[in-house]
Design a protein around this ligand. Structure first.
Ligand SMILES: [Mg+2]
Length: 274
């Protein structure tokens, strides 16, 4: 039986369309390059796109900057230091104002230090108390180190208090960005080093944003993640490639709303690495 002319025309049009469709289906399966963020974002519709993007960056992170107070550690060290020095109530009020973004960070830092005026000896003694690490942080930092991710501690707190925390987590001390106190020759408090970027906030060139931008520029990090609980942490992205809000110790509404992804346990982040 000889096929009709119209049947042959139909077949000749159908076959190229079939081949094109097969190529479209097979191409992603044959590709060896990692899926793009847009591919991931269209793959699932259950999560907001900002969170899907944050999860993708987290999974491919080459650097992670952790805030310290109420993030890596359960408490606010400056409040504990104030308690230790007998001026807890006054300093707690100033800290609450700072965390809610009501005053410039540098002014709040200066006023809290002016209340405390900690001597070198007091800081050394205070730093010897065991830090209360947030559950899960040790395993998370170990996992990040194991996969070659650089881990930084970026804090508006004080270097001498953070160094023992870094030691416990095997984070090199040159990956701490925090404030330095200045003392006179007798070890009495004089002030703080205003050249430290962490001594200020409010723009992309200072504070945690300034540190993240500098790290990206100096090390060429492509997926730098900032994790923290406070307003100054949220400010760091951009230049940080994403910001993960941490609510395991304290939940601040503005941070929860502004975060690309908000978690309440480090276990969630550890599982998401795998
Ligand atoms: Mg904090």
């Amino acid at each position: 039986m000889i096929p009709s002319f119209s049947f042959l025309i139909s077949i000749s049009l159908f076959i190229p369309l079939l081949i094109a469709a097969m190529i479209r289906v097979a191409a992603p399966l044959l590709s060896t390059s990692p899926p793009s963020i847009s591919t991931i974002c269209t793959a699932s519709t259950t999560l907001p796109q900002t969170e899907q993007r944050a999860r993708h960056i987290w999974k491919h992170a080459d650097a992670v900057c952790f805030d310290v107070d109420s993030t890596v550690c359960e408490n606010e060290a400056i409040d504990e230091l104030a308690e230790y020095l007998g001026v807890g109530e006054e300093v707690a009020t100033a800290t609450r104002r700072a965390m809610n973004g009501a005053s410039r960070f540098r002014d709040a830092l200066a006023s809290r230090l002016e209340i405390m005026r900690p001597s070198r000896a007091a800081m050394i003694e205070f730093a010897q108390r065991p830090a209360k690490l947030t559950p899960g942080i040790s395993d998370l930092v170990t996992a990040l180190h194991k996969r070659g991710t650089h881990v930084y501690l970026v804090s508006g707190g004080f270097r001498s208090i953070i160094e023992p925390v870094a030691d416990v987590l095997s984070i090199p001390r040159n990956r701490i960005y925090a404030n330095e106190l200045i003392y006179d020759t007798h070890g009495e408090y004089l002030g703080f080093d205003e050249n430290e970027p962490t001594s200020d906030s409010g723009s992309k060139t200072v504070g945690k944003a300034g540190v993240c931008g500098m790290l990206k520029k100096n090390h060429g990090y492509k997926n730098l993640v900032m994790i923290g609980d406070g307003a100054t942490d949220l400010e760091a992205a951009p230049p940080a490639d994403t910001f993960i809000g941490f609510g395991g110790n304290a939940v601040r509404a503005s941070v929860k709303d502004g975060a690309d992804w908000f978690v309440t346990s480090f276990e969630t982040l550890l599982k998401s690495l795998q």
